[in-house]
Design a protein around this ligand. Sequence first.
Ligand code: NDP
Length: 321
Amino acid sequence: MAYRYLGNSGLKVSEITYGNWLTHGSQVESDVAERCVRAALDVGITTFDTADVYADGSAETVLGKALAGQDRDGLEIFTKVYFPTGAKGPNDTGLSRKHILRSIDKSLNRLGTDYVDLYQAHRYDVETPLEETIAAFADVVRSGKALYIGVSEWTADQLRAGQELAREAGFSLVSNQPQYSALWRVIEAKVVPTSEDLGISQIVWSPMAQGVLSGKYRPGAELPAGSRATDDKGGSEFIKRFLDDETLTRVQKLAPIADGLGIKMSQLAIAWVLANPNVAAALVGASRPEQIEENVKASEVTLEPDVLAAIDEALGDSVIS
Ligand code: NDP
């Protein structure tokens, strides 16, 4: 496993990071979740991403239990704040001082740890003054409850404004967490160049387009049983955007490229996001331990320019930029 620095900070993270959205506390049972975490640790993954809102708090609880007994110093644990979790009162959402300072305590309690390595604003809050949000995050850092602060799905302008205020408050934003995959490249135009300028890394979610880039969904064929696309607890809702026949036909054109390199399509997809130097980590999900063992091998793959060009050619118009 290779490790990369998060933004301009001195924190190293495993370039393949295990995330537990839609799986822990929901799609898979706790024992499978624990086996996935164990598999991740065994292959050298030290960085784990969750959020208070995943499975309404249960994902944090399951991750905390699965990591119990591990050497805390050897782990990087990330969580997030913004969406309402549990209670749904008027102050149970967004990035107000009240919601941030209450939420960090609840997350630490569920995770069973006294600090998280990275605390992330899960979205930008247009209703709360950015000054208030940044001042609250500064207090979270000063209290030692989070070591670093990041954000998720912020625009280039929001990142610039946030970084300016953070530096005035005595800390830096180190990361942004956007969706990014060979099929979904929206950040390349503005977010990545701005982040490079600001010393912010991307920790990218759904690098495999939720499993679609593994090639297991075939045009015109039945959805594979036990996959996210058939998850009736909500997972199938989000993957639909990638399941049209045109996209799936294009994705199958990646199979000979992966074969030519002697790797799986899943590994090709993860190596593709890691080829972007502004990406610190690919946030990979897994519903079973074998997927982690397969996915982690992407860390050993370097894609040359001719391969990247062949991927562009294969995916053509199905890419969203
Ligand atoms: P991926 O694109 O990696 O999709 C993961 C899913 O693909 C798995 O759960 C599994 O689903 C399937 N899969 C994984 N490996 C393989 C394989 N080798 N072969 C075939 N299928 C495979 O990422 P996610 O969409 O899960 O997102 C990753 C993480 O990103 C989340 O856990 C979360 O931490 C973060 N995230 C952040 C968001 C944000 O707003 N900040 C939003 C969404 C996610 P199955 O087996 O069920 O088909």
